[in-house]
Ligand binder design. Structure first.
Ligand code: ZN
Length: 150
């Protein structure tokens, strides 16, 4: 998220150091493939990051097993955060690449409890293309999905 950029030297990824216990973090959940800990920024109370234990930079670097484990951990943390902080809403946010607003290049998913007028503003500029353009986009994706081995 904006406001923090991991400037760790190569090999000293800040999340790998948290996994290794080299730097402190307020952990809330761990399993064989994931670790969940409090985001230092706390956009809202209960803001947690679910990261892979293994270093993987982005979504495109994690395994299907890790993806499933992250989803299950996020679900557990989301239920706990909703209950603990009486949050009527919750946003899951996962960023990949600089263009995707990723700032720490170790895969992680934000679990963010939400409240009315909490100051969070997700910019979502709708383009509303005509149906024929939407059809072309879908065809391009279906072709890739049909030929994908992974
Ligand atoms: Zn790492």
């Amino acid at each position: 998220m904006p406001g923090f950029v991991d400037r760790s030297p190569p090999g000293q990824c800040i999340f790998c150091r948290i996994v290794a216990g080299e730097i402190p973090a307020e952990k809330v959940h761990e399993d064989a493939l994931t670790i969940a800990f409090m985001d230092l920024g706390q956009v809202n109370p209960g803001h947690v990051l679910v990261a892979t234990r293994r270093h993987a930079a982005t979504l495109f670097d994690i395994t299907p097993e890790e993806a499933a484990a992250v989803a299950q951990s996020a679900l557990q943390v989301a239920k706990a955060a909703r209950a603990a902080f009486d949050a009527p809403g919750l946003t899951l946010l996962q960023a990949n690449g600089r263009e995707g607003d990723q700032t720490v290049f170790h895969f992680h998913l934000h679990v963010l409890p939400r409240h009315a007028q909490d100051g969070v503003a997700l910019s979502w500029p709708r383009k509303d293309p005509p149906p024929e353009v939407l059809r072309e986009f879908a065809a391009a994706l279906r072709a890739r999905l049909a030929s994908a081995g992974d």
